[in-house]
Design a protein around this ligand. Sequence first.
Ligand code: NZQ
Ligand code: ZN
Length: 402
Amino acid sequence: MKNFDYQTPTRLVFGKGVVNEKLASVMNQYGKRVLVTYGGGSIKRKVAGHAKSLYDEVMDILAGKEVFELPGIQPNPKFNPSVLEGVHLCQEHHIDVILSVGGGSVLDCTKAIAGVAGTLEGKVYDHVEEAWDLVRGLRPTTAAVPIVDIITMAATGSEYDMGGVISRTETNDKLAYFSPLVFPAVSFIDPTYTFSVPVKHTLAGVADCINHIMESYFCAEHIDMNDAFMEGAVRSLAKNVKRVLANPEDYDARAEIFYATTLGCNGIYCLGNSPSGWPMHAMEHALSAYYDITHGEGLAILTPRWMRHILTHASGELHEQVVERIEKFGKNVFGAEGCEASILAIHDFYREIGIPMTLREVGIDESRLGEMARHVAELEGLDQAWVPLYEQDILDIFKACL
Ligand code: NZQ
Ligand code: ZN
């Protein structure tokens, strides 16, 4: 078992009604000037079981504060304009705390805003490249504006981790931004807000979390307790997503999914395991950078093809490890016997719940696969992954996904 050094400073406030019960007292711990960040408008629609939209609930709770707004943060959030605009608002209005209301994209964007605004001296529009260097980790984050969030999508686990993923359209980059200073101070997780999440994003969120777990499960050194956590979480996700498909307002099913996704990207499922290099995420980030596709769909498409590729290409002791991992995962999650059946089981599960399972179905053809494979090979360090991947491997996996 590997050594570990673990700390998550985020307070999780989970359950039905928690925003109305506790958001006011949490926000009163900070100053008066609040920046509220949100996406394309889902928070302005009324959700079953709530008298008002989440936006109206929040604005009522913030009455008496000086409230500024950054709307329009897109899925796969963009450095330009959203991060830059948010930093500008923080600088101009001396923001005390940012309240992120929305999915993982809104929260990821908020984290980058908080870190850049806290660290950068001087006006952001005069220092765009310095701000970008900070996001991609070439400059350290030395301070951050505090973050509180209400997370409305069960998917990324951004509410319980210190990372965010930011796209820069001009360069086709989609990069992870990390700093312990951008852990949210408090995350509100009320599963009733996810009643309105469209089927497409409900499924993509489940696939994202399953993949976070698989990226942690498929590694060289692992312990039985972590295997049990992770297999149990995927079984729960697979069961509860079907309950949600049958009834989108099934509170307990939505809640169990949210519990799994909140823990999914924080590392807590795999303390003591060796790192894997997160190869599927590295490849997916190129797909969503070049084509703006939904992250969880890209991951679902890649998963069985990556599994088959490593099974075919790993040799010697590494091959034995790959066989052991695939067989154990398939058996304990899906009751499958053997590697081939395990790979098919995850493919068929995704197909059955309704996720598109080829790149063509999400609008990607062969024309830019080579360029994307080169981008991933040059930037993502997958030659250091548990099963190393080079440009040709990445290209072969992309082609198998067509
Ligand atoms: O923009 P609005 O109108 O809010 O609509 C959103 C968006 O269109 C909608 N939505 C969110 N909550 C809703 C809702 N619609 C109805 N009811 C609700 N309650 O759903 C759409 C997708 O939202 P988005 O925030 O993009 O989804 P998600 O939470 O899956 O975030 C995806 C982003 O997170 C990154 C991904 O790469 C992608 O950019 N990731 C972040 C990670 C992290 N911070 O740790 C790890 C992940 O691996 C991932 O890479
Ligand atoms: Zn993910």
